[in-house]
Design a protein around this ligand. Structure first.
Ligand SMILES: *Cc1c(COP(=O)(O)O)cnc(C)c1O
Length: 434
C-alpha cells in the first residue's frame, strides 16, 4: 500500500462513513491518523511516527498488535481452511476452542455458541433467554432488566438493553421495553440501595422477566464506571429466587481486562449465560462466543421446532476459532494474567495522582483500565478531546469517551511504553484543563 497520505484522506472523506462520528464536521475539519502498521502497543502513521495505542484499538488488541503467534496461527489456518459452515459439519479449531473456553469459564458454563462480534454474542444471549423461558412454559417472560449506563452493542435487540442515553435516544420509539436499574455509585462498597432496588424490581415483575443482563463491575461505554462486586452477588441471588436468567456481558471485561480472567470472578458468581468478544480473538478478526449452562442448553432439547434457530454465515469461522484458541494458549504460555498485577498498580498510581489535580473528578482504576472525568458533559463533552489532541502531539492515541479520559492498553503492554503512556496522559489532562 503506497498511496500518499493526502490521497488516502481525500478518498476517505469522499467515500467512507465512520462509526460514532458527526461526518459533516469530520469532512470539514478532521485531520485523521492515517495508520500504516501496528506492532505491540504502538501504531505507526504514514510519516513513520508511532503512537501508543491507549485503548487497544477499541478494546480488542488484548495481546497487542501483530502478536507473532497469532499471526502465525492465522496464516497457517488461512492456507488450510478459511471457512466452512458449522451446520452438519465441524472442524478442529471450533472443537478445540470450545473445550479450552469451557475449561476457563466460570463454573457451570458448559456449552459454546459462536458468532461474529460482541453485539451478536449478546443478541444470541437474549434470544437464548427468551427461548429458555418459553421452553419452560413461561412464554410471558419476555422483558429484560438491565443497568442505567449499560452498553451491550449495536443490533436493535441489544440497543434496547443499552442505558447510555445518547446512543439509545434515536431509536427510543422502536425498542423493546426494558426495566433499568441504577447500579451502585462509584465508591459504595456495600451497594445495598441498588441491590434492594434490583430485588424489588424482580419480585414485582418476576412473571414478565426473562433475564437480567449486565456488564460485571465495569461499565465501559458509559465512561468506565466501576461498581462493587457485592451487587453481582445479590443480583445472582435475586435471579435464583425466580428462575430469571443472569447474563454476564464480558465482551469488554473478560480476558483479564479488570484483573482476573473474568470480571464475575471478583464476586465469585457464575452467570447462566456469558458473552465474550473483543480480546477473545486478540483483536485480530471478528469472532465471538456465547457460553451457556446445561440448564439453558437442554431447555432446547425435544421436537425440531424447539431448537435454537439462530446462526450467522460466519458462525464458528475457522480463522477466528484458530486465532481465539491461540489467544488462550498465549495467555498460559506468557503468563499474561500474572503480568497484569504490576501494570495495574502503575495505572492505579498514575490515576490516583491525577485525582489530586484540580478539575479532575472521580479518578478510578481497575485492572488494566484507568479513567478520570474532566467535566460533566458526558459523552458529548469536549474536555476529553482537548486531552486527545495534546496526546497526539506527545505520541499517544488517547481517544476519550467525551469528558472521560481513560486508558485500556494491551494487557501485555511493554513497561517502558506503559510508563510513557501514563506520563503523556498526565501531561495531556493537565493541558486540557489549563
Ligand atoms: C463493545 C461491546 C459490545 C459490542 O461489541 P461489538 O464487537 O462492538 O459488537 C457489547 N458489550 C460490551 C460491554 C462492549 O464493550
Amino acid at each position: 500500500m503506497t498511496r500518499a497520505r493526502e490521497e488516502i484522506v481525500a478518498l476517505d472523506k469522499r467515500y467512507v462513513w465512520h462509526p460514532y462520528t458527526q461526518m459533516e464536521r469530520y469532512i470539514e475539519q478532521a485531520d485523521p491518523f492515517v495508520i500504516d502498521r501496528a506492532a505491540g502497543a504502538r501504531i505507526w502513521d504514514k510519516s513513520g511516527r508511532s503512537y501508543i495505542d491507549a485503548n487497544a484499538s477499541w478494546w480488542v488488541a488484548a495481546l497487542g498488535h501483530g502478536h507473532p503467534r497469532l499471526v502465525e496461527a492465522l496464516t497457517e489456518q488461512a492456507r488450510t481452511l478459511a471457512h466452512v459452515a458449522l451446520a452438519g459439519t465441524t472442524h478442529e479449531p471450533a472443537a478445540l476452542l470450545a473445550e479450552a473456553l469451557v475449561a476457563r469459564a466460570p463454573r457451570g458454563l458448559t456449552r459454546v455458541f459462536y458468532s461474529d462480534d460482541g453485539s451478536t454474542a449478546l443478541e444470541a444471549a437474549i434470544k437464548m433467554a427468551l427461548g429458555y423461558q418459553r421452553r419452560r412454559g413461561r412464554p410471558e417472560r419476555t422483558r429484560f432488566v438491565s443497568l442505567q449506563g449499560a452498553f451491550h452493542g449495536e443490533t436493535l435487540g441489544v440497543t434496547a438493553l443499552g442505558g447510555v442515553e445518547v446512543f439509545r435516544r434515536p431509536y427510543a420509539g422502536v425498542l423493546m421495553d426494558v426495566v433499568f436499574v441504577e447500579p451502585p455509585p462509584f465508591g459504595d462498597e456495600i451497594g445495598e440501595v441498588a441491590s434492594s432496588a434490583l430485588a424489588r424490581v424482580l419480585d414485582e415483575h418476576q412473571d414478565g422477566v426473562a433475564a437480567v443482563v449486565l456488564e460485571p463491575i465495569l461499565q465501559g461505554a458509559e465512561g468506565m464506571k466501576i461498581y462493587t462486586p457485592a451487587f453481582l452477588r445479590s443480583a445472582r441471588q435475586a435471579c435464583d429466587r425466580h428462575d430469571i436468567l443472569f447474563v454476564a456481558d464480558e465482551v469488554f471485561t473478560g480476558y483479564g481486562r479488570t484483573g482476573p480472567f473474568w470480571a464475575v470472578d471478583h464476586a465469585g458468581v457464575s452467570p447462566d449465560i456469558l458473552a465474550t468478544a473483543k480480546g477473545f480473538s486478540g483483536g485480530m478478526l471478528p469472532m465471538a462466543a456465547t457460553l451457556a449452562s446445561d440448564r439453558v442448553f437442554e431447555a432446547f432439547f425435544g421436537p425440531a421446532d424447539a431448537a435454537f434457530y439462530y446462526g450467522h454465515s460466519f458462525c464458528g469461522n475457522p480463522l477466528g476459532a484458530r486465532v481465539a484458541l491461540e489467544v488462550l494458549r498465549v495467555f498460559d504460555d506468557e503468563r499474561v494474567l500474572e503480568g497484569i498485577e504490576l501494570r495495574a498498580k502503575k495505572i492505579a498510581d498514575a490515576f490516583a495522582a491525577l485525582g489530586r489535580v484540580e478539575g479532575c473528578r472521580d479518578a478510578r482504576a481497575i485492572g488494566m483500565v484507568g479513567a478520570v472525568d474532566l467535566g460533566s458533559g458526558g459523552y458529548l463533552g469536549a474536555a476529553g478531546w482537548r486531552a486527545h489532541e495534546k496526546a497526539r502531539e506527545l505520541g499517544a492515541y488517547l481517544r476519550p469517551l467525551g469528558d472521560t479520559v481513560y486508558v485500556a492498553p494491551p494487557l501485555n503492554i511493554p513497561l517502558p511504553d506503559l510508563e510513557e503512556l501514563l506520563q503523556i496522559v498526565g501531561e495531556s489532562v493537565r493541558s486540557a484543563l489549563g
